[in-house]
Design a protein around this ligand. Structure first.
Ligand code: DNO
Length: 399
């Protein structure tokens, strides 16, 4: 597989010169400065592509060309937004970039409650706590219906047995400090979203108010409606993708559980089967994010890789560990539920030129004070990249 790395543009503290030294071949990036919903012009794409190439690297994958909320909830201007999307796809293709990762998660791009959860060895990981997330929903966001939703919440079979989330949340409320509350808002809305989603910015003054307004857009949108909206979007862009050889790859929902009363449509094997069959075109494909999928206790990640490899256009190598109580953290790239070694074997067999990137990684050895984006450390990711390079070399040797 092609070794790629997510790089956040010229402002990224991790430079292309650094990446060249650690075996990176392709770059995964986006035009992070273009406001959401505006066309990516050929000139801007070319400028970044040439910059990347001047370091002897190539721009392999776009992550993400964001799908605006109006396309997801089916707002009045969605056709206009889809036209803009199509033009950006044409421009990317004209500049030689043919793989586009996007997601169809309403409002939030991904969610964690803790960005520096300590490990026993002194490094730290991303972490998701159900009770803290529910606390955010009920006590901080004060979403209508949040308490009822959490009262009805059931954990997947085999985890979280006997857990009473509401009781935990109320206990948490008694010991909550303003600092931890602030941190939860930062973690859930600002630090994880600011650098990727376009809906929120690091300097938003009233992020919760904005958050509530986004949620309101989805009133009455259930799973079937969101699926219909994804199908509508894909059918509209497929002719352009065919014409210019563009491989679209949707990113699974992270975490793969329904949250905040919002529908989720890319979290299980059944969901993935649905959207691949709904638009049965090879240009409609998947970003196989092993991390997001392995956070769902019901997902057999290896079986999913075998089934979906032919429609996978991009791979995220990351693995989650689910605790008996259902909370999850990001495990070592050689541990956890995802079995990345077997996944590499499957994807190498299917398509040796498939781009992959290590996703997230531990924060370690001073990463924490360098101001990197949440989950995107340098040393931790480099360590994981080296592990994956070793796995690929061993597989090549076996062959
Ligand atoms: C988080 C990432 C996501 C992902 C987008 C793809 O670390 O996995 O931000 O890039 O959801 O559209």
């Amino acid at each position: 597989m092609e070794k790629t790395w997510r790089w956040f543009g010229k402002k990224d503290k991790i430079t292309l010169a650094m990446l060249r030294q650690i075996g990176v071949e392709g770059i995964v990036t986006a035009l992070h400065d273009v406001p959401l919903g505006e066309i990516w012009t050929r000139e801007a794409i070319r400028d970044l592509r040439e910059y990347i190439e001047s370091y002897g690297l190539r721009w392999s994958v776009v992550e993400s060309l964001p799908v605006t909320e109006t396309i997801k909830y089916g707002g009045p201007d969605r056709d206009e937004q889809i036209e803009i999307y199509k033009q950006s796809l044409r421009n990317l293709s004209a500049e030689g970039i043919h793989t586009v990762c996007y997601n169809f998660m309403p409002v939030l791009d991904w969610a964690r409650t803790d960005l520096l959860h300590p490990n026993a060895d002194g490094s730290s990981n991303l972490y998701f706590s159900y009770s803290e997330f529910a606390f955010f929903d009920i006590y901080i966001l004060k979403r209508n219906g949040a308490r009822e939703d959490w009262a009805a919440f059931t954990f997947p079979e085999g985890v979280g047995e006997g857990r009473d989330i509401l009781a935990e949340v109320d206990a948490l409320a008694k010991e909550m400090t303003p600092e931890r509350e602030h941190e939860l808002v930062e973690n859930i809305v600002i630090k994880t979203q600011g650098f990727v989603s376009g809906n929120f910015r690091e300097d938003d003054e009233a992020p919760l108010e904005k958050f509530r307004q986004f949620l309101d857009l989805y009133a009455g949108i259930d799973k079937a409606q969101l699926q219909a909206n994804l199908k509508y979007f894909l059918e509209a862009i497929m002719p352009v993708c065919e014409e210019c050889g563009m491989k679209m790859c949707v990113h699974p929902d992270d975490p793969p559980i329904p949250i905040l009363g919002l529908p989720r449509i890319v979290r299980t094997a059944e969901d993935i089967r649905w959207f691949l069959n709904a638009v049965p075109n090879v240009h409609n494909g998947l970003t196989f994010c092993a991390g997001s999928l392995s956070a769902g206790a019901y997902n057999d990640v290896v079986a999913m890789a075998r089934e979906f490899a032919p429609r996978t256009h991009f791979v995220h190598l990351r693995s989650c560990h689910i605790f008996p109580n259902g909370d999850f953290t990001e495990a070592s790239h050689l541990g956890g539920r995802a079995d990345l070694i077997e996944l590499c074997r499957i994807f190498e067999m299917e398509n040796p030129s498939l781009p992959f990137r290590v996703d997230h990684g531990r924060t370690m050895l001073g990463d924490e004070s360098r101001g990197y984006n949440a989950g995107y450390s340098f040393l931790g990711r480099m360590f994981a990249m080296a592990q994956m390079q070793g796995v690929l070399a061993a597989l090549a040797h076996e062959k």
